[in-house]
Design a protein around this ligand. Structure first.
Ligand SMILES: C[S@@+](CC[C@H](N)C(=O)[O-])C[C@H]1O[C@@H](n2cnc3c(N)ncnc32)[C@H](O)[C@@H]1O
Length: 370
């Protein structure tokens, strides 16, 4: 039994009406409810927010991504209709740093942002006020035209709702959430057969009581990418694991966590709509589902290896940021105790001549573990 902090009346009604709901639906309401969801209320990222992301740490992250994008653009023969579509742009820092790096190199490429939440779009427009005329914003996939170029996201897939499952003495069960003044969990049969397909054969080795997550929303999103990206590359930054690592018997409590004011909370029922709820990404799932839509895996490596492969230290000089604070920020991006080893980059290609030799994978490419 979990007692949440005070909830708006209408939100309470929704939880009551929908009970019992899968945990995925609970998470969807907490993050995506159009009025009370966490993302609908333009959460801040960085010191004043609930968590940091790489673009909020330092502009050199965006400069490195921009350098990688330019290499892809050159590889494609510098098409004039090349577009970068970033989904879930948060504060807009990554877009700003990428566009600034292009300007430094006197290159002008089209930048689009897919952001479903209008308050977030507004925040992005503030960050990008000098570039606002150059950028196109879209709230839904339906509005996005067919394009060639790069689809980009940072820490997006980890926010997709996940089904929560538990191994019992008899079989695999799913966690359902009931609201009756407080939240309560009950176990029941799996709501979708794909859940079992995702975790076999790993589930055979789990001990009783093992809890983990399965994200089924990757499929629709990757399908939309494949439908809209006629030719080009998909760059995904996020924290996560290969499937074997994700569903390792030792990871008995899964990866679900909440972030609130830079604190990690393990109980997802305390602040519905008021804290970020996330699960690590199953990169093997992104690879397999992507392949079924014609997205071919190109590379997988840690954020640290990717940035170093792109010459991140030289990039600091190039963007004129070599002070002690810049070096500290670089350490945060690269070191294992920062974002260097927990965060990964996964690249897929669509309708591109392969192999695609990208500088980001010059130091290491661990695609084989997916
Ligand atoms: C964790 S934040 C990451 C923000 C930013 N990329 C960064 O790294 O700082 C997730 C962002 O994705 C957006 N978002 C959530 N679901 C989305 C979806 N289905 N399509 C596009 N954007 C989405 C949220 O509004 C938010 O801007």
């Amino acid at each position: 039994m979990f007692l949440p902090n005070k909830l708006p009346e209408k939100f309470v009604e929704t939880f009551i009406q929908e009970s019992p709901m899968t945990f995925a639906r609970y998470m969807e309401l907490c993050l995506y409810h159009p009025e009370f969801g966490y993302y609908a209320n333009a959460p801040k990222i960085g010191k004043k927010g609930d968590y940091f992301t790489a673009p909020a740490v330092h502009p050199v992250f965006g400069a490195a991504v921009a350098k990688q994008i330019l290499e892809i653009w050159e590889f494609m023969g510098k098409p004039s209709n090349f577009v970068i579509l970033e989904a879930g742009a948060g504060e807009g820092y990554l877009a700003l740093d990428i566009i600034n790096y292009f300007s430094l190199r006197e290159i002008d490429l089209s930048y689009w942002i897919l952001e479903p939440f209008l308050p977030n779009q507004k925040r992005q427009k503030q960050t990008l006020k000098e570039q606002v005329k150059k950028i196109k914003w879209f709230a839904t996939w339906e509005e996005v035209p067919l394009f060639i170029g790069v689809f980009l996201s940072n820490e997006l897939f980890d926010s997709f709702p996940v089904h929560l499952i538990e191994k019992t003495a008899e079989d695999l069960q799913e966690v359902y959430v009931i609201f009756e003044g407080h939240f309560r969990e009950v176990l029941g049969g799996l709501s979708r057969p794909e859940i079992l397909e995702r975790v076999l054969p790993h589930a055979n080795y789990w001990p009783e009581g093992y809890r983990t997550e399965v994200c089924l929303s990757y499929r629709n999103f990757l399908k939309e990418i494949a439908k809209h990206l006629h030719k080009g590359v998909i760059i995904t930054f996020d924290y996560g694991y290969s499937r074997a690592d994700f569903y390792h018997p030792d990871r008995q409590q899964g990866t679900l966590i909440c972030f609130r004011e830079h604190q990690v909370l393990e109980n997802p029922y305390l602040f519905p709509g008021k804290c970020d709820l996330t699960a690590h990404v199953d990169f093997t799932a992104l690879k397999e589902i992507g392949e079924s839509f014609g997205l071919y895996p190109v590379g997988f490596t840690t954020q640290a290896a990717f940035l170093v492969g792109l010459g991140v230290e030289k990039l600091l000089e190039e963007i004129g940021r070599t002070g002690p604070r810049d070096i500290e920020a670089l350490k945060l991006l690269l070191l294992p105790q920062g974002l260097g080893m927990s965060h990964w980059v996964f690249v897929q290609a669509r309708n591109m001549p392969l192999p695609l030799a990208l500088s980001g994978f010059k130091l290491s490419n661990r695609l084989g573990i997916l």
